[in-house]
Design a protein around this ligand. Structure first.
Ligand code: HEM
Length: 119
């Protein structure tokens, strides 16, 4: 489950930047397709995240925070991409993006115990 979770968000991160660069080169059809794939990946990230939550013996506040920040990252993926497509300002969202990613990686890899980095 943890590997499916990591694969899903890693793929989403890569496709997010692919979509941005396709949009830059004017390939709107490609962007639309990737945006659809991304939405499926969001659901997979959430489904595997919830699956991980179910495997936890006692859900404490750190788990709740992890889930909330994870949802925040997904919301930012969607917001930033759609604002870029519609040529709206994204600077405040990029700042949030960096903060949310640092938080989610810290909580996932360092703070919470299920990490494949410290088995
Ligand atoms: C793009 C969004 C997300 C990112 C980047 C992300 C990132 C991560 C990372 C890095 C880990 C640690 C993996 C490991 O240590 O091997 C993890 C674990 C986990 N994630 Fe997510 N996650 C996201 C969304 C979510 C969501 C939406 C939920 C809940 C609904 C969730 C729940 C969990 C849980 C419960 C764990 C296990 C924590 C543990 O005990 O170590 N994640 N995630």
């Amino acid at each position: 489950m943890i590997h499916a979770h990591i694969t899903a968000w890693l793929l989403a991160l890569i496709l997010f930047f692919v979509a941005i660069s396709l949009n830059k080169s004017g390939k709107t059809k490609g962007v639309k397709i990737i945006q659809m794939i991304l939405r499926v990946l969001y659901l997979l990230i959430i489904a595997t995240g919830v699956g991980l939550l179910f495997s936890v013996y006692k859900i404490d506040v750190w788990y709740i925070l992890k889930a909330v920040v994870g949802l925040w990252v997904i919301g930012l993926f969607e917001m930033i991409l759609s604002r870029i497509i519609h040529k709206r300002r994204t600077s405040t969202f990029w700042i949030q993006f960096v903060v949310a990613w640092l938080l989610v990686l810290y909580l996932g890899f360092v703070k919470l115990p299920m990490s494949f980095l410290h088995p």
